[in-house]
Design a protein around this ligand. Structure first.
Ligand code: TRP
Length: 449
């Protein structure tokens, strides 16, 4: 290989790039609908518990492995402990499977954005019409597939520009814009008639709605949203410089990611209650509820353009990170040029994404364990592969990895003195594995028919 590995610039870059990966459709599309299906407030409480107890330790573990080795996920585990390279392969496979449905939803955001710009969206004046339109669009054999391909190509272009020029620059530009747009929309949503009802739904826990599945969903959502469990953060942190403060970076990323999810909830639930839509309506929630409400607002198409542009940005910074996991792996482990590696990844993931888009329409009869391709990719990755990856990552960092490496990375080579290290070790060794495994087994028991 011999060539110098790219690395990221300053401290802010590390936070923005990692947050760019974490903040995505997971926060704005997935969080509100999963929270809606699980009763709102109680889900939020359990979700925050998962973020604190599982999310932060596993994120720090991934940062440690990545920054210490400066390698892609497979290479990182291989160089630290050969027997653990399976975790690296889990990373490659999960990224592929996630992109298989993520590109599809990203494509939808692009379509909604273009219809907002053209003003076509203004013709859909009620939530019923919107629901019909969403169903007609997503089950169409052609249009969503085309948008999926366009989105995959957009991702490809940024990846092809390389780590510094492509990934760093786009995150730096996109993240702050995204944040500001979301705050404006949240303020607007909360002041709508009945808007406060939505806030009550989101912030008042109703534990009667909680079941075993709620915990699995919250755990899966936490991992999905933080981009952890598949070594995506290993790949990104492998580009961090030795000066990057891992703890601060992790806390900032977690805070930003959680804030964006909550803000998204504060945009979507007030709207849901204002126009009288069920919060349990599933993956269509964002796409069905928002356009109809934008239409009742002054400058509706403008608001809608802003919102869907925001979604496109959020999705793009995340697809880049998933794509990079695979590209870095092929580039470094298979010694391909970055260009060839990127093309292979784009082509394979796009084919899978096209199949999963079609599985919502013409191929909907084809089922895997009762789910179509799209839903099974989502379920298998978020609720099984990521938590499982998190389980092994915490065991690896807590029990296998040389304690001095962990201490050295977490303490910023001894520069940071803190008592949190002991707590982190306890979390990684005992709390994370036990919690993850028990939530997991409990649910498997319930799922087994
Ligand atoms: N976290 C992103 C989101 O919320 C999605 C994502 C990017 C991801 N990279 C990942 C999920 C790695 C799991 C693992 O939309």
């Amino acid at each position: 290989m011999g060539e110098k590995r790219a690395s990221l610039g300053g401290r802010l870059s590390a936070v923005l790039v990692a947050a760019g990966s974490a903040v995505g459709l997971g926060n704005i599309w997935r969080f509100p609908y999963v929270a809606g299906e699980n009763g709102g407030g109680a889900f939020l409480a359990i979700y925050i518990g998962c973020i604190l107890l599982l999310g932060i330790p596993v994120l720090l573990a991934e940062f440690t492995v990545g920054r210490h080795t400066h390698k892609n996920a497979v290479g990182a585990y291989r160089s630290l402990a050969k027997r653990w390279s399976f975790l690296g392969y889990n990373s490659a496979i999960s990224s592929l499977l996630i992109l298989g449905f993520y590109f599809v939803v990203s494509g939808w955001t692009l379509e909604y954005f273009t219809s907002s710009v053209s003003g076509a969206i203004a013709e859909y004046t009620s939530s019923t019409i919107n629901a019909e339109r969403f169903a007609a669009f997503t089950t169409d054999p052609m249009r969503p597939v085309i948008y999926t391909i366009i989105f995959a190509l957009l991702t490809h272009v940024i990846i092809a520009l390389g780590v510094q020029k492509g990934i760093e620059r786009s995150s730096k530009m996109l993240m702050p814009v995204l944040f500001i747009m979301l705050i404006i929309l949240a303020v607007r949503a909360v002041t709508m008639p009945n808007g406060l009802e939505g806030l009550r739904f989101l912030f008042t826990p109703d534990f009667s709605k909680v079941s075993a599945k709620t915990f699995l969903d919250a755990m899966g959502q936490a991992f999905f949203s933080l981009s952890i469990g598949l070594g995506c953060m290993i790949t990104y942190s492998s580009y961090f410089s030795d000066k990057t403060n891992l703890q601060n970076t992790a806390y900032n990323v977690v805070a930003l990611d959680t804030l964006v999810a909550i803000l998204a909830g504060m945009v979507i639930f007030p709207v849901v209650f204002s126009v009288g839509i069920e919060p349990t309506s599933g993956p269509s929630l964002v796409f069905v509820t928002l356009p109809s409400i934008f239409n009742t607002m002054a400058f509706g198409p403008l608001w809608s353009t802003i919102f869907f542009l925001l979604l496109v940005f959020a999705a793009l910074t995340s697809t880049i990170s998933l794509h990079e996991v695979l590209t870095a792996y092929l580039h470094e482990e298979w010694h391909m040029s970055r260009k060839v590696a990127a093309w292979i990844v784009t082509i394979v993931t796009t084919l899978l994404a096209c199949a999963s888009s079609l599985s919502l329409g013409v191929w909907s009869d084809f089922k895997i364990c009762g789910l179509n391709i799209f839903d099974s990719l989502d379920f298998v990755t978020a609720n099984i592969l990521l938590p499982l990856g998190g389980f092994f990552t915490s065991i690896f960092a807590g029990w296998v990895l040389d304690r001095e490496i962990l201490r050295d990375e977490i303490s910023d080579h001894g520069r940071l003195k803190g008592r949190l290290f002991g707590l982190l070790v306890v979390l990684l060794r005992y709390v994370c594995p036990i919690l993850l495994l028990s939530i997991f087994l409990y649910n498997m028991g319930l799922f087994r028919l």
